[in-house]
Design a protein around this ligand. Sequence first.
Ligand SMILES: *Cc1c(COP(=O)(O)O)cnc(C)c1O
Length: 355
Amino acid sequence: MTRPAHVIFDPQAVRANLRQVRTQAPGRKVMAIVKADGYGHGVVRMAQALGDVEAFGVASVEEAVRLRDADISQPVVLLEGPFEAEELPDISVHRLESVVHNHEQVRMFAAHAEPLTLWVKVDTGMHRLGFAPEEVPAVLAQLHRPGRILRLMTHFASAHLPGDESVQAQMAGFRDVLGNQALESCCANSSAVLAWPDSHCDWVRPGLMLYGVSPLAGVSAKDLGLRPAMTVVSALISLREVAAGGAVGYGRGFVCPENMRVGIVAFGYADGYPRHAATGTPVLVNGVRTQVIGEASMDMMAVDLRPVPDARIGDPVVLWGEGLPVEEIASAAQTIPYELLCRMRMRAQFIQRTA
Ligand SMILES: *Cc1c(COP(=O)(O)O)cnc(C)c1O
């Protein structure tokens, strides 16, 4: 028997989530964000599941090439642009599109004759990447070439916070830059797709919601019609009866308040489980909701079997996914779902659900 730690990937859920994007942003083009190896789901696996989106967004030429090697033919956009001029030939050979967010990149593309499609990033207030609004006209002029397509984009700092005033301010700033230029534009991440319809522009740029996770504070994925693309599973490998007062795990992390049954699961922080998700974090054993006890160790963790008296060795354990939103685990671990999903990158073995 091999170690039972797996990630089950559900391409049907991904397609259903994409339908939600299209319902929320009717008629807009979709740039599906698959950076960080498809938020830990596998960049090629995600692209194949998504099928007919209008473009993909990635963080590096390496990720883009993986899509091209898998015969993905849609436009692929480098969200951070090239890091050095040596990448420009690859951008041409693989027919990639690029964000342009700093003056170094403007110089690279100004010296490069290829037509290309370039997305000029405007910093409307997040202060991470992009040009100040007043710099944009000069940047567009420097990048202009016959046959070259230029577009404008910006990114919101707080679209996940309902009613946040900075989103309106960023949108107003972006509209000023866009003016009446005939350039296509793109602003909305998942939370803006769902909560800020005024920001949809020509293109939307969802990531998290495609993976079936809620981007909005206080709203569940289920209420948004989203289904988890990833379910992280393992199994019980040991059962013990621990007497009242007995402690479980490193540092005596959990002291049993009564005689109780404890299960040990083959999954730990080396598999990407957050060590800060300690006692009280929900987990499903045989589909029954119970709790983690103590802290995860490197490749094992303990669970409370009081609600699952008939549990046996080999029984399935869901760490997050179907029936247990990753949002709950993230909040117990004082992090965000994005981080937990990305931890599955190159970790547990993936199984693709087919039916
Ligand atoms: C990651 C990213 C997105 C997607 O954000 P979600 O919150 O996952 O929808 C969109 N645009 C840019 C520039 C990004 O870096």
